[in-house]
Design a protein around this ligand. Structure first.
Ligand code: SF4
Ligand code: SF4
Ligand code: SF4
Length: 250
């Protein structure tokens, strides 16, 4: 990789909230631009580039045409980073996979225009379901500070490490009142930390917007549910929001 890596950003099916986090970096953006050569980013600049050292991918894959475009980007990129939960797991876009009939989904959204050809869609796939992903940046949206830190590390040729322990760890260090004690359901025991347990620290239960740790402690989750007389069925709604693997509840 050259001293100043060529960096490009691409988006697929998403709300673009993660790239807005980047566009809103304010003074941090100047520091980053000193480290990388920004060659393509539809949200903030015009122009395209034929190849990139690092390609950041936002959004999920929901159409055959997306798949082909993503594979082309993969072929042009040395490092491919899936950023934001839409890209990492499919995120909230995967809610549509709860329906087996994709035309039914189209009708729910587009009503009498549902049959239009360009609305063709298939069940949501994460970026890693289609191409090799070298690194993930979790979150819905991503955390700006984490993003800046990761880009700096990549620019220096380092391999960033994403936290792989549960949100409960960060939450307990902050001595928060547990949301279960307030009668809520919280996915903190299996959710991937790194956000500083921002939701429970502000009186809101965790929905695992950063996905789960790579080896979720199912027993700990079951013990928490048993302690508060809750059943697995009662957490399924939470698990579905960010496409957490339903296996963690079994
Ligand atoms: S991960 Fe969340 S904030 Fe980011 S693009 Fe997807 S829906 Fe938007
Ligand atoms: S279950 Fe939720 S609120 Fe309770 S300690 Fe864990 S993260 Fe915090
Ligand atoms: S506490 Fe949970 S839902 Fe909130 S930002 Fe962190 S991982 Fe996401």
């Amino acid at each position: 990789m050259s001293a100043k890596p060529k960096v490009a950003f691409f988006d697929f099916a998403c709300c673009e909230g993660c790239q807005l986090q980047i566009a809103n970096l304010e003074e941090d953006i100047l520091g980053l631009l000193g480290l990388v050569d920004l060659v393509e980013f539809r949200e903030v600049m015009t122009g395209t580039a034929p190849e990139y050292d690092i390609a950041f991918i936002e959004g999920s894959i929901t159409r055959k045409a997306d798949e082909e475009r993503l594979k082309d980007i993969r072929n042009r990129a040395k490092i491919l980073v899936a950023y934001g939960q839409c890209a990492v797991t499919g995120g909230i876009n995967k809610l549509k996979n709860l329906h087996s009939d994709m035309m039914e989904v189209r009708k729910i959204v587009y009503k009498d225009k549902a049959a239009m050809e360009h609305l063709d869609t298939y069940p949501t796939r994460a970026v890693g379901d289609v191409v090799k992903v070298d690194l993930i940046i979790p979150g819905c949206p991503i955390n700006k500070d984490e993003f800046v830190s990761i880009v700096k590390q990549l620019a220096l040729g380092k391999i960033p490490r994403i936290p792989d322990y549960p949100v409960c760890v960060e939450c307990k260090l902050k001595e928060n009142v547990c949301r279960y004690d307030e009668g809520e359901i919280c996915l903190g025991p299996i959710a991937r930390a790194g956000c500083g347990a921002i939701c429970p620290s502000n009186g809101v239960a965790c929905d695992a917007c950063r996905g789960t740790v790579s080896n979720p402690n199912k027993q700990a989750m079951h013990e928490v549910l048993a302690k508060y007389n809750l059943t697995v069925d009662e957490i399924i709604g939470k698990i579905n929001i960010f496409a957490v693997d339903p296996e963690v509840s079994k």
